[in-house]
Design a protein around this ligand. Structure first.
Ligand SMILES: [Zn+2]
Length: 150
């Protein structure tokens, strides 16, 4: 069992950024490669455990119609990933050196925002506030990109 990530995420129970998350990668005889997601919240004490099957080497693409529900989805964002908001012509490419991060879909938009010009920052704010419709496309070749249902 190999530890592949350690960090903080938003707690699905209390909503605070106090969920201590560890991801382990290992191999199950029947299911093949999986990621074990273990989370414990410092604030409310909630425990979250999930087993996420992986198909390594297979390209994964997830598209979100951005609204208040999809903005709260939690994903594991690995390196070597392309992120795009086609409606705004906004793009972010994470190199293979990027170590991966557990974040929400809103968190992904904030990451795009950090490297965007002022006008684009405003448009992304409008999406986050629900005043503008857009899609978010996330594409990764390694198969490590995963939505985490907790
Ligand atoms: Zn909590």
């Amino acid at each position: 069992m190999e530890k592949v990530y350690e960090g903080k995420a938003y707690c699905p129970v209390c909503g605070k950024n106090t969920l201590n998350v560890t991801l382990y990668r290992y191999h199950l005889p029947a299911e093949g490669p999986v990621i074990l997601f273990v989370g414990r919240c410092e604030n409310c004490g909630s425990r979250v455990v999930d087993v996420i099957p992986l198909e390594l080497g297979k390209e994964v693409e997830i598209t979100y119609d951005l609204d208040e529900n999809t903005l709260r989805k939690i994903i594991f964002l690995p390196g070597d990933t392309e992120i795009e908001i086609p409606e705004l012509g906004a793009e972010l490419v994470l190199t293979p050196a990027f170590k991966g991060r557990i974040t929400t879909v809103e968190g992904v938009l904030r990451m795009i925002q950090e490297s965007s010009p002022e006008e684009l920052k405003k448009e992304i704010d409008e999406i986050i506030e629900g005043r503008r419709k857009a899609k978010l496309i996330i594409r990764n070749k390694s198969g490590l990109l995963k939505e985490i249902n907790i």
